[in-house]
Design a protein around this ligand. Structure first.
Ligand SMILES: Nc1ncnc2c1ncn2[C@@H]1O[C@H](COP(=O)(O)OP(=O)(O)OP(=O)(O)O)[C@@H](O)[C@H]1O
Ligand SMILES: O=P(O)(O)OC[C@H]1O[C@](O)(CO)[C@@H](O)[C@@H]1O
Ligand SMILES: [Mg+2]
Length: 327
């Protein structure tokens, strides 16, 4: 195998707090091991266009505390095409890049896996997404920060919900994964949590909210993941619930992209730093086509095809905790 002298790094898909800390770790590990590090701007889009810049230890100063990604990110349509990936490969050759670190979510890994098969180019992935929807790692970078952002927002909503005796539906991110909804829902003391992995059924939801009222609750918070399976959007759901209650006002808050921003938590900074170094060391050890993840507090190497199962397991114990604590 060709000796690795130049590692490139890019961030792709939705940004997540801690991506900067991951880039910083990749750059500084490269400096530590005396190899060149190349930053690629705007994910696979910049890879195709050749938007490259050499990074040194000082290029990544003062970013460990910053949300977003200074390399910027993109959702690239072109990289989904064979022609786009060919251009990407040509750019890597032209810039004498020997290996690539991609920081992103399941889509980013799917793209990396296709690229690796076509060009046999060494790639290691770092899980960076607020969704926590990647198999083989307990946590993805940004998820912990997003959870804290969500509970801070819901705590505020609770103040006004209880002052007005209202029911609030709070939509959180997660097109296919309910991790944010379930964990933030428990942490914020929600009465009900709707997740994509489970269809609770609209009637059961209404019955449960009626029971809550009867038990003496004067206000309620329902956390709804954006990809929940109840079959109505959150505003239709609010109307339906209001129509089934007397004198219970319903309000909707969609938290949206606020969940993706902000300074990373200490947990995400440390995780990102460990994974960044792990990725460089893996490439230097000859690994490729894998993600560096974390399991039971230890770094692990997981083949790309095992990270994108498309199925997100729900933690039944957490569902029980949510049920019992919302009585
Ligand atoms: N099957 C695929 N083939 C080639 N490229 C892909 C494929 N799937 C995804 N990609 C590339 O990866 C990019 C990132 O994927 P996606 O937009 O799904 O975000 P992600 O990495 O899953 O992050 P997040 O879910 O946190 O936003 C896509 O914009 C696309 O360029
Ligand atoms: O920023 P965009 O492209 O609207 O993406 C939103 C999606 O990205 C994610 O936030 C993950 O980054 C999903 O939870 C959400 O559905
Ligand atoms: Mg994704």
């Amino acid at each position: 195998m060709k000796k690795i002298k130049n590692i490139a790094v890019l961030t792709s898909g939705g940004d997540s707090p801690g991506m900067n800390a991951a880039i910083r770790a990749v750059v500084r590990a490269s400096v530590y091991y005396k190899i060149k590090c190349t930053g690629i701007y705007r994910g696979y889009e910049g890879l195709i266009e050749g938007d490259f810049e050499t990074l040194d230890a000082r290029s990544v100063k003062n970013i460990i505390n910053r949300g977003g990604t200074f390399l910027k990110s993109a959702r690239s349509k072109l990289f989904r095409t064979a022609e786009g990936r060919k251009q990407a490969y040509e750019q890597l050759k032209k810039n004498e890049v020997d290996a690539l670190v991609v920081v992103g979510g399941d889509g980013t890994f799917a793209g990396a896996s296709v690229f690796k098969k076509e060009y046999n180019f060494p790639i290691v992935g770092i899980p960076g997404t607020i969704d926590n929807d990647i198999s083989g790692t307990d946590y993805t970078i940004g998820y912990d920060t997003a959870l804290n952002t969500v509970i801070e927002a819901i705590d505020k909503i609770r103040d006004t919900a209880s002052s007005h005796n209202r029911l609030f539906l709070v939509e959180v991110m997660g097109r296919n994964a309910g991790d944010i909804a379930l964990n933030a829902g428990i942490g914020a003391g929600a009465e009900e949590i709707l997740i994509p992995e489970q269809d609770m059924g609209i009637n059961r939801l209404v019955e449960s909210l009626k029971r809550s009222r009867k038990s003496g609750k004067t206000s309620s918070i329902v956390v709804v993941a954006e990809g929940d399976k109840i079959g109505k959007n959150i505003f239709e759901l609010a109307e339906y619930i209001e129509g089934n209650f007397e004198n219970y006002e319903v309000r909707v808050t969609v938290l949206g992209h606020i969940q993706r921003g902000g300074a990373p938590s200490c947990f995400d900074r440390v995780l990102a730093s460990r994974l960044g170094i792990g990725a460089v060391e893996a490439l230097l050890a000859g690994d490729q086509d894998i993600m560096i993840g974390i399991k039971n507090r230890k770094l692990v190497k997981v083949p790309f095809n095992e990270t994108i199962t498309g199925e997100n397991e729900i933690d039944l114990e957490l569902l029980k905790v949510a049920d019992i604590t919302s009585i």
